[in-house]
Structure formats: C-alpha cells, structure tokens
Design a protein around this ligand. Structure first.
Ligand SMILES: [Mg+2]
Length: 360
C-alpha cells in the first residue's frame, strides 16, 4: 500500500469520527427515532443540524460542532505524539492529556504534564456534554487517587481510535494495540466490557488502515478476528468475554436482517450508552453501508440512544475503510477545526522527531 493511501485512511478515520460525532450531537438527547422523525422527517437526520437552539443566539457558530468524543480523541492523538517525541511513558502521557482537558471542563488549575497545543484551542475545551464517568474519574486522578468505578459507559471506547491509527503506522502488533487501547479506556472506565470494546475498536481500525480494499466479507472477517485477539490478550476465562462475543455476533447477524436500520438498532443492539453497544451499533452500521460514508453515518446516529458516540465510532471505522477523499464535502466543509484534524492525522502518519536525540 502506498504512503498516500495510508495517509488518506488515517485522515478519513480521524475526520470521519468528527463528522459522525457532529451529525449525532444535536440528537444525542432525543430519546426515540419517532422524535427524530418528527424533527427531521421520515428518513431521520441526514445532514448537519447547525441550529443549536441550546446555545445563546450570538454564540451559534455557522459550523458543525462536534462533542466531547472528538475533543478527547484529539487529546489521545496529541498524547501519542508527545510520548514519542519526548520519550515519556505512553499511558502516563495519555492520562496527562485527559487531565489537561478535564482542567478546562471543570475550571480547575491543572499542572500540565507537557506543553499542549490543544489546550490553547477553545473549541477543544468548551463543555460539550462531557460524560459523567470521565469527569468523576478524572476528578479522582486530579486529587491523586485512581478512578474507582465499574463503569462500561462509552466514554472509554469513543476516544481510542488514534491508538489503532498509530499502531498501523508504527507496526504495533494487534495484541499490543489492544492492550494499550484497553488500558487507555480503563484510566476512567473499569468494567471489562469497556476494556474489550476499546481494545477491539483500536484493532479494527488498525486492520482497516492496513487493508487496502475492504468489502463486506473482508470487514466481517476483521471483526470476527478481533475476538481471538481479545481472548489472547485477556485470557479465555476473562470475565464478560462471553457477553462481549455475543454482542459482536449479534451485530454481524443483524446486518442481514431485513428491517430498517433504526428498527434493528433499537430492537437488537441497544442504545449505545455502554461501550459494547456503541461498538456493536458502529460495526452494524459499517456492515450495512460498507461503501457509503453518508449512509453509514446516517444509520449510526438515527436511534434514540447515544447518537454522537455511535456516530463518532462508526465514522472512525468507515473513514479508515473509504479514506478521506471519499468523504462528501457536505460533511467536511462545515466541520469545525477540519484543518486541525487533518494536520493531526498527518502528524500520526509522519514519524515525529525525538527531541532528546536532536537537541544540540
Ligand atoms: Mg459526546
């Protein structure tokens, strides 16, 4: 595969996630597809709703806003680059990145572990419905304790895509990628189903970047193969492994059911508030619309659950399959910080300079 193709896929995944997040953000707290239809018509939400009625009239930007999912995803990406540049431990650097983000969200003074360019960008630090578990876990860490919960909320899985992108570019083994993504999610969410879902997402994304042409059958194989990676990393008797395997199989089977997308999601896959359902809805949406970026995102957000997170995760995957150049302009042009996200993707593709070696 050419460097250009890899770059296109990495850009596609990072921008695609932001597009899905921004498409789903206005309907995250609309609690049924019926209500979405009432607002947007029979087909549900099809393009960005940039009306933002919850913002003060003067503060409404003419841009598609993404939420905390993309904010934290970009902080994950920045931390990966910082850790390599400065030779600092990966997980510790990622945790420092999240604390920088938390400081802005909670209006607390955080002593930053590294000089964060993202910390200076308002849009990445404004409150966009941050998840309760992320906030309470980071508050514990801020106070010098570890997170103490048994949460499988999707706040862990929705931010780990860059680990798969980085793993693809830097030749990590799938097991290594799984372990790092699982540990990253477990900084704030301690339930095993959050860990497995996050590990699985990063591995799926790494495989999608590493595989040039992906059709439905290829993607199905990629998804089925993650189950053996998860078993290798966490052991055959790991808790909740059966539940995880069951929901992944449900997502694959559901793709063949002859019902409208939203009906399958609401009846068989859940609402996406918890990590394994988020991943399942994303996998289902990709399988149903493997060649169609718009169709995949529309499928992923039109249900009564956590639409921005299911949109973000589906966008991360489909973007890594079709590549940035296949994303329709109606999604990229209005997207806030579009250029910054592309620059971040390109930085992942370009090996950073290790300053400890080059300082003279
Ligand atoms: Mg969100």
């Amino acid at each position: 595969m050419t460097e250009k193709t890899i770059q296109d896929k990495v850009r596609g995944s990072l921008v695609g996630g932001a597009c899905g997040d921004a498409l789903g953000y206005p309907v995250e707290f609309v609690y049924s597809f019926e209500e979405i239809k009432y607002r947007y018509g029979e087909m549900g939400v099809q393009q960005y709703d940039m009306s933002y009625p919850w913002l003060d009239r003067l503060q409404r930007p003419k841009k598609a806003l993404f939420s905390d999912d993309t904010q934290m995803t970009l902080y994950t990406a920045e931390a990966l680059l910082e850790a390599e540049k400065n030779g600092t431990p990966l997980l510790k650097t990622i945790c420092e990145a999240y604390l920088i983000w938390f400081g802005h969200q909670a209006d607390r003074k955080v002593k930053a572990g590294y000089e964060s360019a993202l910390s200076e960008i308002d849009e990445l630090n404004q409150r966009r419905a941050p998840g309760n578990t992320c906030m309470s876990a980071l508050l514990s860490i801020y106070r010098g304790k570890e997170a103490d919960n048994n949460s499988k909320g999707c706040g862990g899985v929705m931010r780990v895509a860059p680990i798969g992108l980085y793993g693809a570019k830097h030749g990590w083994t799938l097991q290594e990628t799984a372990r790092i993504a699982g540990e990253t999610a477990a900084l704030t969410h301690l339930h095993p189903l959050s860990t497995y879902s996050s590990a699985a997402l990063a591995v799926i994304i790494q495989q999608c970047v590493n595989t040039e042409h992906i059709d439905r059958e290829t993607f199905k194989t990629i998804v089925e193969d993650i189950l053996s990676v998860i078993t290798e990393v966490y052991g055959e008797s790991a808790p909740y492994l059966k539940e995880f395997t069951d929901i992944i199989h449900s997502a694959i089977r559901a793709a063949d059911v002859k019902l409208p997308d939203w009906e399958i999601i609401e009846n068989y896959l859940g609402e996406g508030w918890v990590a394994e359902e988020t991943l399942a809805i994303a996998v289902f949406s990709v399988l149903r619309h493997i060649d169609d970026f718009s169709g995949c995102l529309v499928c992923a957000v039109n249900h009564g659950g956590d639409s921005d997170s299911t949109g973000a995760v589906a966008g991360n995957i489909i973007g890594a399959i079709v590549g940035y150049n296949a994303i329709p302009a109606k999604f990229t042009v209005p997207l806030q910080l579009h250029e910054l996200i592309i620059d971040m993707a390109d930085a992942i593709v370009t090996k950073p300079t290790n300053t400890s070696e080059t300082d003279n």
